[in-house]
Design a binder for this molecule. Structure first.
Ligand SMILES: Cc1cc2nc3c(=O)[nH]c(=O)nc-3n(C[C@H](O)[C@H](O)[C@H](O)COP(=O)(O)OP(=O)(O)OC[C@H]3O[C@@H](n4cnc5c(N)ncnc54)[C@H](O)[C@@H]3O)c2cc1C
Length: 514
């Protein structure tokens, strides 16, 4: 019998778990080493106040990939369900955006029809991009058969999957911004405001930033995957962990990796902060690219130009996470309690979103932040004591490098967020029992993501596809023998999708180990 290939995976985020499970199921011997006391990374639950739990940084699963769930036998039957979006209105004239339809008394029938067409067409674009999303991005130089095949499939899918007219339109809108596209299609400021959030959430971008159609498509791609209810966030990580353990993955938590061991230009293991060492035939890092290359390997083992490119990756986060323990549900005007089990947005129009972003450009937090909220305790009552609730809020924009420094600005920012919510739900500020603020700096420290960035790296066009995270490491393979990447800093980026973990595993299984 031949000895199985041994693999060390650094980090047990959901992508690390997915990658580990594929490799273990293929017969590799896998050790997964996680710094925190729990696996799941951005999708791991914890108590933020006594008696109150959050499902994690991530509070909505936008697109856990269908193929991965099928391959790994992840049973989602109890958590299937659509999370629609309610764009809150001060006067209670909210609009509700579902997958294919939009509802609201202020909407014209023209806008409602245009929404259906828009979603159909834009989802078709995401379908056409599928061959690129689910594969290693092709190299542009020294292509092998796999690279050529992926490019051919992509070309075929764009030209013949879409058809000539649709492809032309895709090429026209693909490079412009979501602000112009939405203005061409819709009249309702509230509808445009809500849609534009999906293009900028987690990015250092406003609706007018070029490239926001691509980021919108990245988010929309999730709609072609499993639609999961709000209760999914708490359960998906547990299901992924179980799948990994069942496949034979050995998981070690509370074990930060201090460095990747390198000899003769080959990664052969890791050393933990405790001094303990693990060796393996290959090392796969779920940590972001900057952490992996600059902290865990070190410039001495890498080409100077490559280090320069890694150093230049833009990955300063712009979203703060807030958790509020409350003793009653927020009384949003004209929104009954049974309609609050969904995604709630404060982004009344695109101008509001753009102005919120303007502050971030100058190192300030938004005067009027864009808020994406959920009440996870409505889906999972165990998150709060009886009668109480948890309000989970993604607040944009809150730059990592705040000019005034976060230490002296925390209370003012929380105050700003509380005031914004209280404008829409007058009982909110008096209902707060406990508050947690995680600035991008806190996220960096607590979740081990440099810059605290949603996607472990900005989704700018220069950091996408065959340039993600950087040229020289864009095929999940580092410029160091035996080292691979599998986290959100690789193609096709972040969100709880599992796709970087899947693609990295496929790359490794194709036998590219040098
Ligand atoms: C504020 C915020 C809100 C978000 N909300 C959502 C949302 O609602 N929906 C959604 O889909 N996405 C959301 N995201 C994005 C999502 O959380 C990430 O894209 C996703 O977690 C990336 O998964 P990953 O497995 O690649 O990496 P991570 O989840 O970052 O996991 C990486 C793991 O590696 C570990 N690690 C790092 N360095 C080391 C080391 N040296 N030694 C050992 N272990 C190490 C980390 O501790 C971590 O567990 C949000 C992100 C942020 C910042």
């Amino acid at each position: 019998m031949t000895k199985p290939v041994s693999v060390i995976i650094i980090g047990g985020g959901h992508n690390g778990l997915v990658c580990a499970t594929y490799l273990a199921r293929a017969g590799y011997s896998v050790d997964l080493i996680e710094a925190r006391d729990i696996v799941g990374g951005g999708s791991s639950p914890y108590y933020f106040a006594e008696g109150y739990r959050t499902p994690g940084l991530a509070h909505v699963i936008y697109g856990l990939n269908r193929k991965i769930c099928r391959d790994l036998n992840i049973d989602l039957s109890t958590i299937i369900g659509e999370v629609s979006t309610v764009a809150l209105d001060l006067d209670g004239k909210h609009i509700r955006l579902a997958r294919d339809e939009v509802f609201g008394s202020t909407l014209s029938s023209k806008d409602q029809d245009a929404y259906k067409t828009f979603k159909r067409e834009f989802r078709a674009y995401t379908k056409a991009l599928e061959p690129l999303m689910m594969n290693t991005p092709p190299r542009l130089k020294d292509m092998d058969r796999g690279d050529k095949f992926t490019l051919a499939k992509l070309g075929w899918s764009l030209r013949f999957g879409l058809g000539a007219d649709s492809m032309r339109e895709f090429l026209r809108v693909g490079g412009i911004n979501i602000f112009d596209v939405l203005n061409e299609l819709f009249d309702s400021p509230a509808l445009k405001g809500a849609l534009s959030v999906d293009a900028v959430l987690g990015q250092h971008m406003g609706p007018r930033t070029p490239n926001t159609v691509l980021t919108f498509l990245h988010r929309l791609w999730g709609e072609r995957q499993n639609q999961l209810s709000l209760s999914a966030v708490s359960l998906v990580t547990a299901k992924l962990e179980t799948a990994a353990r069942n496949a034979g993955v050995r998981i070690k938590t509370s074990a930060p990796v201090k460095r990747i061991l390198v000899k003769n230009e080959r990664a052969y293991g890791v050393e933990l902060a405790s001094g303990e060492r693990f060796s393996g035939d290959i090392v796969v890092s779920n940590a972001d690219a900057k952490t992996t290359f600059l902290d865990l390997i070190g410039a001495e083992h890498l080409d100077a130009m490559f280090c320069h490119r890694v150093n230049a990756i833009r990955q300063n986060g712009d979203v703060a996470k807030l958790h509020f323990a409350v003793n009653q549900l927020p009384d949003f005007k004209a929104l009954s309690d049974d309609k609050k089990d969904t995604r709630l947005l404060i982004a009344p129009d695109m101008r509001y979103v753009e102005h919120a972003f303007n502050h971030a450009k100058y190192g300030e937090f938004s005067e009027h932040p864009v808020l994406e909220m959920t009440i996870p305790s409505l889906a999972d009552a165990s998150l709060a004591p009886p009668g109480h609730h948890v309000l989970s809020v993604n607040a944009s924009f809150a730059p990592y490098k705040l000019e005034a420094g976060w230490e002296s600005s925390r209370d003012a920012f929380v105050q700003r967020v509380v005031e914004t919510i209280t404008n829409y739900a007058t009982n909110f500020s008096d209902s707060i029992v406990a508050t947690e603020l995680l600035t991008p700096e806190d996220i960096e420290r607590r979740f081990n993501i440099k810059g605290g960035h949603w996607h472990q790296g900005e989704m700018g066009i220069d950091q996408l596809f065959m340039m993600r995270p950087v040229h020289g490491a864009a095929q999940y393979e580092a410029p160091l023998n035996g080292l691979f990447l599998c986290g959100a800093s690789t193609h096709p980026g972040g969100g709880i999708t599992g796709v970087p973990g899947h693609n990295a595993a496929q790359r490794i299984l194709r036998g590219v180990v040098k």
